[in-house]
Design a protein around this ligand. Structure first.
Ligand code: FES
Ligand code: FES
Length: 163
């Protein structure tokens, strides 16, 4: 099959790629770019394990064709940390024991990031709605919700001051 050229920004880095037009974004990230933090669960848009940000919006990367990211900006879970320093959201997941097997965690983090970028102090209901497309088979939802809700500016300041 012929390939097509695309230019895209992933985690702040510009990529010029030649891809098969029927490649899913999930497969491009994992198989061709080695960004395996994004997980493959169902491949039919049901589990949310593959969630990434496309221009700031949480999307199921298994349902996005790679040509759709031409000229767009993608952020994966690998793009959350700053160097060796985890993001406040990731720290909060650890603080709240919100990670069990961890398979859902990258997708949860990306859905939560999309929410918190728009609303730094969400209600319980807003958090539940934001992660409603992310399934956790370990069913640790309550701790995940608490971790997201407590990733507030105040929490971030406290953490920064403590370091
Ligand atoms: S792998 Fe994409 S939603 Fe499940
Ligand atoms: S922590 Fe295991 S699936 Fe969510």
């Amino acid at each position: 099959m012929n390939t097509i050229p695309i230019r895209t920004t992933i985690n702040g880095k510009l990529f010029d790629l030649n891809i098969r037009p029927n490649t899913a974004l999930l497969d491009l990230l994992r198989d061709e770019l080695g960004l395996t933090g994004t997980k493959c669960g169902c491949e039919i848009g049901e589990c949310g394990a593959c969630t990434v940000l496309l221009n700031g919006q949480a999307v199921n990367s298994c349902l996005v064709l790679a040509p759709q990211i031409d000229g767009q900006e993608v952020i994966t879970v690998e793009g959350l940390a700053q160097g060796n320093r985890l993001s406040p959201l990731q720290e909060s997941f650890l603080d709240h024991d919100a990670v069990h097997c961890g398979f859902c965690t990258p997708g949860m983090l990306m859905s939560a990031k999309s929410l918190l970028d728009e609303n730094s102090n969400p209600t319980d209901l807003q958090v539940r709605t934001a992660i409603s497309g992310n399934l956790c088979r370990c069913s640790g939802y309550q701790r995940i919700i608490e971790a997201i809700r407590e990733t507030t500016n105040e929490t971030n300041k406290r953490r920064t001051n403590a370091k």
